[in-house]
Design a protein. Structure first.
Lengths: 325, 329
């Protein structure tokens, strides 16, 4: 560097090699945190750690502990002695029915959500750009902005015998199809709004965004060159989907299915408003801790989704769902 | 000699952008062919047209005499080494290399044997169990090469395959690629923006600019006899002399190119030029000179004194180093 450029630079910069401190509380705090990065970390993590550790996990463990107590059948009082009796009650035919019904519904809703979400996520990740991408996000998120109850009641009207769906089927001269569907045992019923089909449709609608977003995020991380490379090596689009796209999207599908599966397992409002009057786990918990006053059984019912999710994640990991992470 | 790839008036437009514009091209079987040009010059689009990832807007493409305009990539016996290597992260190295064979339905034992052979070819034996993430950039590049070669393609396409490697590794891979190509006899089509790479590796070079081929020829042709100012400037940063000046020297009014290494500093009877800057390159020093209105670069060998900035020197060159450009722009 020549002498002239050095002197030019000097007029722009400060005379000293170290700039003066900013002063004030924020200035001195900034200096302190810069010297002790751990201090800042501790300050930032303590409140959420307390919340998570004491209020959140603490109350969860308190709940779980309840499940090892039992209720005295004559007095209706909780007996604070450790026992597996309450868990035994879960295996009564009536309670087992509730569990099987809920788990089947959750599995079907999850599978259907994955099937519907994949093309949407694929389009958003691979083709949507600019305003189309914004439209995708709004389209997926918008339903989340309105009240859950409003949506469920809206669906009750849509699915009702006098509702718009029946009207559409009539106009299309497809009433016979709707009636044939409703005549099928178990999934059918008097109208869609009081059938398992209706419950399924509302679950699918309400939880779909929770599947679309992780699937889209996973597909977003698959570079276009992977798909081209697969085709270049001789794979047809179908083979590319099976061997490259699907395995790489699997972590997203699993993440989404954790949401849809566990949310369906725990929900107690949708099956109460739309569907047959048969109970789901969430309703059973609600009924046991409320009107029945059987807190231990309610707690035991709560453990069921937790255990199922544990097995589900373990199985997913064994199948290699997280290998690409 | 069989023609491996031929382009006849091929264009590829993206909206108003003419990425490839009326290109005629013929690549011979067994040739190491380089497509050289700055980014956005259409060289990568040409490669993608051969691979089948792009379809021409107009024109005609043949691979070994077969029309391929409506043939999807997965039915072309052509394989690509991608710029980012595109190794599948959910498969180990052996399954990556054997992917093409697996797709063709070869049984596991046979395809793993073939993949191991390919890994040996690229000097990576015993790496089969690892994951792409556990390999260095240079190793991944070799795996990508093995994955393409194991399919025994008729044409191997390489999209800036050495771009992500550091200088030392790049030079080593340049040599290895060339040896590999001679050994296998497969037609290699190589895209690069590095003129040194193109000159050192290729049998023939096509220089691209603005979607058009500026010049096709041997590395010697391209370097010593550039046909346009663009080629002269892009390949080895030749000096371009103005037509007025060239007329004084030769009597012909035309642009001319002059290689920096052809210029010598002499004690007398040269052209007077002023030194405006210098940069030390190790083996040589590159100095900038003002010759009238023109800025000229010259290389000073390490054993000669480098003139100071601001001094006037006499420069000279052999008459046959001055190359008149017919297609001057």
């Amino acid at each position: 560097m020549t002498a002239t450029s050095a002197s030019n630079a000097k007029t722009v910069q400060s005379e000293s090699a170290v700039l003066p401190g900013q002063g004030g509380i924020t200035g001195s705090l900034s200096d302190k945190f810069w010297r002790n990065p751990k201090l800042l970390l501790i300050l930032m993590l303590t409140p959420p750690a307390l919340w998570l550790g004491i209020i959140y996990l603490g109350s969860l463990f308190a709940l779980l502990a309840q499940s090892f107590f039992s209720i005295d059948e004559f007095s209706g009082m909780v007996q604070y002695e450790l026992t597996l009796k309450t868990y035994g009650e879960l295996f009564r035919p009536a309670n087992l029915d509730i569990i099987i019904r809920t788990v089947s519904m959750a599995a079907i809703v999850t599978f259907a959500a994955a099937c519907v979400a994949f093309p949407i996520g694929y389009f958003a990740a691979r083709y949507a750009r600019g305003k189309w991408k914004a439209l995708f996000y709004i389209g997926v998120m918008l339903p989340l902005w309105s009240s859950y109850l409003v949506k469920v009641y809206a669906w009750k009207l849509i699915l009702a015998k006098e509702g718009i769906l029946t009207w559409i089927f009539t106009k299309l001269h497809l009433t016979w199809l709707l009636e044939a569907w409703l005549a099928i045992p178990i999934i059918g019923g008097y109208s869609l709004s009081v059938s398992y089909t209706g419950t399924f449709l509302v679950f699918l609608y309400v939880w779909l965004p929770f599947m679309v977003l992780p699937v889209q995020a996973a597909l977003e991380r698959v570079p276009g060159s992977f798909i081209e490379a697969s085709g270049d090596l001789g794979a047809t689009p179908g083979q590319t989907f099976r061997h490259v796209i699907f395995p790489l999207a699997l972590p997203g599908i699993v993440a989404g299915s954790i949401f849809t599966f566990s949310l369906t397992l725990g929900d107690y409002i949708i099956p109460q408003i739309v569907g047959s009057s048969r109970l789901f786990i969430g309703q059973a918990v609600y009924a046991q801790q409320g009107t029945a006053g059987n807190i231990p059984l309610a707690a035991a019912f709560t453990v069921v989704p937790i255990v199922i999710m544990g097995f589900y994640l373990w199985g997913a990991k064994r199948m290699g769902a997280f290998d690409a992470l | 000699m069989t023609t491996a790839v031929s382009f006849a008036k091929v264009s590829r437009h993206f909206g108003a952008v003419r990425a490839v514009d009326n290109v005629d091209l013929s690549i011979a079987e067994g040739e190491f062919f380089a497509m050289l040009g700055p980014s956005g010059s259409g060289k990568t689009t040409c490669l993608r047209l051969i691979a089948g990832f792009e379809q021409p807007t107009s024109g005609h493409i043949e691979i070994f005499g077969t029309t391929v305009e409506h043939v999807p990539p997965y039915r072309r016996n052509v394989n690509t080494v991608f710029q980012d290597y595109a190794l599948f992260p959910h498969m180990n190295i052996i399954d990556n290399v054997a992917y093409g064979l697996m797709i063709r339905g070869m049984n596991k034992a046979d395809r793993h044997a073939a993949a191991n052979e390919a890994l040996e070819l690229v000097a990576l034996p015993g790496y089969g169990e690892r994951r792409p993430g556990q390999l260095s950039g240079g190793q991944r590049q070799r795996v990508a090469l093995a994955r393409a070669l194991v399919n025994k393609p008729k044409v191997l396409l390489l999209d800036e395959p050495l771009g992500a490697l550091d200088l030392k590794l790049r030079e080593q891979m340049q040599e290895e690629l060339k040896i590999l190509q001679r050994k296998l006899g497969i037609t290699f089509v190589f895209v690069t923006h590095d003129q040194g790479e193109a000159l050192s590796m290729a049998d023939r070079v096509a220089v691209f600019n603005d979607g058009k081929i500026q010049q096709i020829g041997s590395p010697q042709d391209i370097y010593q006899r550039p046909e346009s100012r663009f080629v002269a400037d892009f390949v080895g940063s030749s000096n371009v002399l103005e037509p007025g000046f060239v007329k004084q020297l030769t009597g012909k009014e035309s642009y001319a190119s002059l290689r920096p290494e052809a210029i010598r500093i002499v004690s007398a009877d040269g052209h007077s030029a002023t030194v405006t800057g210098s940069s030390y390159l190790g083996g040589t020093t590159r100095i900038s000179l003002a010759l009238g209105d023109m800025r000229i670069g010259a290389l000073i060998p390490a054993d000669q004194a480098v003139p100071e900035n601001g001094t006037t020197v006499q420069i000279s060159w052999q008459e046959n180093d001055l190359h008149l450009m017919e297609g001057a722009q």
